[in-house]
Ligand binder design. Sequence first.
Ligand SMILES: [Zn+2]
Ligand SMILES: [Zn+2]
Length: 274
Amino acid sequence: MRVVVLGSGSGGNATLVEGADGVRVLVDAGFSGRDLETRLRDVGVEPESLAAIFITHEHGDHTRGMGVLARRFGLALYLTPVTRDACSTLLLGQEDVREYHSSRPLRIGSLEVQPFLTVHDAADPVAVTVSDVVTGDKLGIATDLGRPTAAVRAALAGCHILVLEANHDEAMLWNGPYPWSVKQRIASSHGHLSNRASGELARELHHPGLAAVVLAHLSEHCNDAALARDVVAEALDQLHYTGLLTVALQDRPLDPMPVDAMRLRASPTQLSLF
Ligand SMILES: [Zn+2]
Ligand SMILES: [Zn+2]
């Protein structure tokens, strides 16, 4: 499996996942259609080579370009029925919409996509794990988490790569420029995960096969990349984590992550047993 975080933050989210059989799935399409095309080509991927777009929830930073991209390149577009209704203005009825249900896995080529419900202020929000049935690689993408429930933690167990929300620094949020009502929404159990909560979750999900933690969906006004990284690094250092810890960018893609090679570096003995 190869994973490329094309961009993340309140201005847009999208992650490309490639299976061992070459199948390509875009998880979320929160940039404009043109921007998504540019980001995909920047990492050497033609948009028409995608098999599908999978959408986690209806917020614009996850859906903005989905209709344009799906129509322009004839891509399958996976939505829950509730999310489909909630973002109907982006759809013209010409898209190849495939409805999925928030607790049932679906298979796209060698990739098994397992959605699971999250607590967030959207109509039917999910996070996902994507597993490659050929290699056993497992990716978790969990942003827009008000709080990590027991179900979320169970679903994310055993991931080799975690794209995890680190939305805000709590002090920066409360001292920051947002109106009080917005601050309360962000910090609530239906809002977004703080750096501290992200560090706690990363520590809980740590296991010897964990090869990469990508901090994502950072707030532009209430966070700082170095600060988020430091908070989560401190939580993981206690467990002698040796994998990659990085921060997703809003304005450009991260370097592609080849999961099998990264697993080998993180835990050579574990992979040799596989
Ligand atoms: Zn959201
Ligand atoms: Zn979001």
